[in-house]
Ligand binder design. Structure first.
Ligand SMILES: C[S@@+](CC[C@H](N)C(=O)[O-])C[C@H]1O[C@@H](n2cnc3c(N)ncnc32)[C@H](O)[C@@H]1O
Length: 270
């Protein structure tokens, strides 16, 4: 408990939410962000890297293809299991461990670089999660983040979900990590420089309806928002998601190619 917020209970509820559905079915959409992030961080072969809130391991796999020594953590057992299967299928030795981003089970300065793609940003105690990123990254190392921004597709998508399942009172928004001010407040003290740039990734689906179906079937926070609502409200949520997806769809052939602005950040550890 801190500042009147019961982070432990909120973390437990969030863990159940992310364990609902199967984020791996969505994870393919994050591959281009993971590649962009890895190119920006530019780790060298044999560098030790950590992918925080790795889901089914997408960013860790990207870095492992560069012969980096990778570890990934997430707090959803089924996603860690999936990450292990993906690593095995590629013949990579990656340590995928169950852990909370707010309490990383590693000694200080264990990694040359730390990555997170739309992951650590969801930890409720943002200050503690930021301290953990800084603690496990060695002096002179890099922290690379791909973060949702308070505008564009991510803002509209998460706002639509929040209308049906509001976040616990008092919590800072995950979108704070997608602002320069938020990053400075969270990481500024442990870094000698933080550089961010806006990027666009594209989310591809067979159609807007297919995208809506995929998120309502596999994306834990969307399933929970839908489950907590009356039948009429569930239909409204479906309509709201369709509207968001249509707004950002640049395809004109009936398929979906939705543009998502995100903030790509490099934080240089002191
Ligand atoms: C949007 S998914 C992104 C997963 C992965 N980074 C990717 O790009 O495919 C968010 C992930 O963060 C994980 N997560 C959220 N809060 C976490 C926490 N406090 N500790 C560990 N994992 C967390 C969820 O389980 C989920 O896998």
């Amino acid at each position: 408990m801190s500042a009147g917020i019961d982070y432990q209970t909120i973390t437990a509820h969030q863990q159940e939410t992310w364990a609902t559905g199967n984020f791996h079915e969505i994870a393919r959409q994050n591959t281009s962000m993971a590649i962009a992030l890895c190119e920006a961080v530019d780790p060298h072969p044999c560098d030790r890297g950590l992918d925080v809130a790795c889901g089914s391991g997408t960013a860790a796999l990207v870095a492992a293809r560069r012969y980096c020594e990778m570890t990934g953590i997430d707090y959803v057992p089924a996603l860690i299991e999936r990450a292990r299967q993906r690593a095995a299928a590629e013949g990579f030795e990656i340590d995928f461990d169950l852990a909370d981003a707010q309490a990383l089970p590693f000694a200080e300065a264990s990694f040359d670089f730390v990555l997170s793609v739309y992951g650590v940003q969801f930890a409720p105690d943002q200050e503690q999660a930021a301290r953990e990123l800084l603690r496990v990254c060695r002096p002179g190392g890099k922290i690379g983040l791909a973060s949702p921004m308070p505008q564009g597709w991510s803002f509209d998508f998460f706002s639509a979900l929040a209308r049906y399942r509001p976040p616990p009172p008092g919590l800072s928004s995950p979108l704070r990590w997608g602002t320069e001010q938020g990053l400075e407040a969270l990481l500024g003290e442990g870094c000698h420089a933080i550089a961010s740039e806006q990027r666009t990734s594209v989310l591809y689906f067979r159609s807007v309806d297919h995208a809506t179906e995929v998120f309502l079937t596999y994306f834990g926070p969307a399933i929970r928002a839908s489950q907590g609502s009356a039948t009429a409200a569930q239909e409204h949520l479906r309509d709201d998601l369709r509207a968001v997806f249509s707004r950002y769809n640049r395809a004109t052939d009936g398929t979906a190619a939705m543009e998502n602005q995100f903030l790509l950040t490099m934080a240089y550890r002191e």
